[in-house]
Design a protein around this ligand. Structure first.
Ligand code: ZN
Length: 161
């Protein structure tokens, strides 16, 4: 099973040449994703890390956070590091991914559990507090070819800048 949602731009050292990692990136977008797995499939941050390394991404997991079905939030890349989850938008965004997004037949669906919906919102509230000027969007809002994250980010309208 492959997660076909994440997108790397250039996953190379050139993205990380800034030797002063204390200087935070300018974040203009908080992008929500799903991991594109069916209800009978797991996608922990560790599993996604493995998938993304198998794609040749030397920094592993392309997302900054993963929200599991039980509501637990697992860290991915540190926020200061450019992610690999949305072509053309990685440099200035934080990528958040919930586990799921496909129904049992593999069709796009909002499969978030109640715990997951709650944790995802809490995480986005925290990110909104840290980056109050960043727009909160779903992957599909930036790339119409995608169904990800299989729900309308308008549910975060109250958190928008
Ligand atoms: Zn996505």
């Amino acid at each position: 099973m492959e997660v076909d949602c994440a997108d790397s731009d250039i996953d190379s050292d050139s993205h990380y040449n800034n030797t002063d990692n204390n200087i935070m990136r300018k974040i203009t977008l908080i992008i929500v994703h799903c991991s594109a797995v069916r209800p009978d499939q797991q996608s922990s941050a560790a599993q996604i890390d493995t998938w993304h390394r198998q794609r040749g991404w030397k920094f592993g997991i392309g997302y900054h956070y993963v929200v599991r079905r039980n509501g637990s939030i697992e860290p991915g890349r540190p926020e200061w590091m450019v992610g690999a989850h949305c072509v053309g938008h990685n440099a200035h965004s934080i990528g958040v991914c919930y586990e799921g997004g496909l129904d049992i037949r593999g069709r796009p669906a909002d499969t978030r559990t109640e715990a997951q919906r709650c944790s995802l919102r809490k995480l986005i509230e925290q990110l909104h507090a840290a980056y109050p000027k960043a727009l909160i969007v779903g992957h599909r809002d930036l790339n119409p070819m995608k169904d990800c994250p299989c729900f309308d980010a308008a549910e975060y309208a109250d958190l928008q800048p």
